[in-house]
Each structure stands twice: as C-alpha cells, then as structure tokens.
Ligand binder design. Structure first.
Ligand code: NDP
Length: 264
C-alpha cells in the first residue's frame, strides 16, 4: 500500500529509543524527513545518523527537554529553519511513574504534567501555524491504555495521560477546520529497551529470567499473551498519518492486544 507520505516532514518527540525511534524509522522508510528530539544527545545523534544512512532522508536531531518551554521554542524554530515547517507532529516523549498519591510531592505531579500534557500543548501551539501554512497535517498524541484503565502503581502517569487524551480531543475539534487531523493512540504492552532493563532489575534476585518475567506479565494482562514490538505499533502510527485514515478525527485508538477490559 502506498501511504503517500514521501517527502513529508514529521516531528517526533522522544525519537531516540523505544516507540519514538521505531516511529521515526518507519516514517523514514516511507521517505518522510524527520525531526527528532530527546535529552541524551549522544544517543539521539547516533540514532539520527543511522536513520540518515539507512533511509537517505534528512534528519534534524536536536536536544530538547520537552518539559522546558524555551527548549520547545528553540526546537520549533530549528524545524522551521531546516524544513520550512512540518506536516506531522507525534507527541511521544513520556515515562512511567511509581508512587502513592499520599506520598508524591507537588514537584513530581508538575513534572509529569509538563511532560505528558504541556509538552503537547506547547508543541502544538508552536507548530500548528506551520502545518496550516502547508495546507494541513496530522497530530498524534501517544497516550496509554492507562489513560482509561489505570495501573495501580502509577497514579500520576494514569492521570496525566488521561489529561493528554482529553487535550487531544479538544485540539481535534479546534484544528479540523484548518485541515489538521488530531487523534490519540493508546498502546498497551510495547517491548522497549526500558521494559527489558526494568525487568532485569526486578528479577535480579529471583530465579526467573527478565524475558520469562515479561512473558508471564503479558500472558497475565493481555488476551493476545505477548508484548507488541515497537515496530508493530509504529505501523499503526504510519497508517494514521496517511490520507488512508482521512476520516479519523478526534478519536482514541487502542493498540493493546485486547488488554482493555471494556467496550468504549
Ligand atoms: P522510552 O523510555 O523507551 O523512550 C522515551 C523517549 O522519550 C526517549 O527518546 C527519551 O529520551 C525521551 N524523553 C523522555 N523524557 C523526555 C523529556 N523530558 N524531553 C524530551 N525527551 C524525553 O519510552 P517508550 O518508547 O516506552 O514510551 C514512549 C511513549 O509511549 C511514552 O509517552 C509512554 O508513556 C508511551 N507508552 C509506552 C508503552 C510501553 O509499553 N512501552 C505503553 C503505553 C504508552 P531521553 O531520555 O534522552 O530524553
């Protein structure tokens, strides 16, 4: 299927590892030029170089902590300078948490509010005018199944991801007259390097291996009985960015192997 994305420009936050990197690589494989950001510059530049040499597209890789409004503005103007604007924005950067509501300080709530919500607000505000000038585009907010079906150990994650989903819905209504389609993706269990290193730590003193631990977790949580690869999820992002998904507006799509335990 020709997705018709060749020559477009996609901005992907947190594009240096895991899901964001898989999306950046999938975009590049379709001939999309990419702008990626993250905080760790060495990893970011290494992955950017691999994308350039593998797919022959232009890659802007800029350090940007998306919780910092000034760095978001610098990233946005660099995108403008390099590509003249963008057609696609993927708000992906994010991280899990671990706390009890009664113990977590305000500073922690604020950090994850900035990371999961304000980053998407600020990037949208900065980049939508460029997208409008180019005749429209697509914004995808990478939320989580936890926005709807919370995990007990991470209330701050669950709450801020739920807020991201509502922001996404409101933005979709505001943007569709500009020809910009906004949607939310709620992934389930996606096997990123971070999951593997967490599993290694959790099983360090146990008889079970990290991979067996993850396998058990996936069987317990998901009807499909396994994690998805980041590439499996990235394919869905690609489709949602293409005109093949032209009637998809303001919705939330679960990519979760059946984990969501309700109908919406
Ligand atoms: P990873 O930890 O593998 O990657 C996170 C990426 O975001 C990295 O590139 C990281 O780079 C970057 N990042 C983190 N914090 C910031 C920040 N403050 N500013 C800029 N970049 C940042 O995560 P995943 O790939 O697993 O997750 C990606 C998204 O998908 C997240 O929003 C997550 O909530 C969501 N998700 C993941 C699921 C999973 O099972 N993996 C399931 C459901 C949702 P650096 O550290 O260098 O900044």
């Amino acid at each position: 299927m020709d997705l018709g994305l060749k020559g477009k420009v996609a901005v992907i936050t947190g594009g240096s590892i895991g899901i964001g990197l898989a999306i950046a690589r999938a975009m590049a494989s379709e001939g999309v030029h990419v702008a990626i950001c993250a905080r760790n510059e060495t990893r970011l530049q290494e992955e950017a170089e691999k994308i350039r040499s593998t797919y022959g597209v232009s890659v802007l890789a800029k350090v940007c902590d998306v919780t910092n409004p000034d760095q978001i503005m610098e990233f946005s103007s660099e995108i403008r300078k390099t590509f003249g604007g963008n057609d696609i924005l993927i708000n992906n950067a994010g991280a899990g948490t671990n706390e009890k509501i009664m113990d977590a300080p305000d500073t922690k709530w604020q950090y994850y509010w900035d990371l999961h919500v304000m980053a998407a607000v600020r990037l949208s505000r900065a980049l939508i005018p460029h997208m409008e000038e180019r005749g429209g585009g697509v914004i995808l907010n990478n939320s989580s199944i936890c926005a709807t079906q919370p995990l007990g150990y991470e209330p701050i994650y669950n709450t801020t991801k739920a807020a991201l989903s509502m922001f996404s819905k409101c933005l979709a209504n505001e943007c569709i007259p500009k020809g910009i389609r906004v949607n939310t993706i709620n992934p389930g269990l996606i096997l990123t390097p971070d999951w593997i290193s967490t599993a290694k730590k959790l099983t360090a003193r146990d008889d079970i291996s990290a991979m067996d631990y993850l396998d058990k977790l996936a069987k317990e949580y998901t009807p499909i009985g396994r994690f998805a690869t980041p590439e499996e999820l990235a394919h869905f992002f690609l489709f949602m960015c293409s005109d093949k998904a032209s009637y998809c507006v303001g919705s939330t799509y679960f990519v979760d192997g059946g984990w969501l335990n309700t109908v919406t």
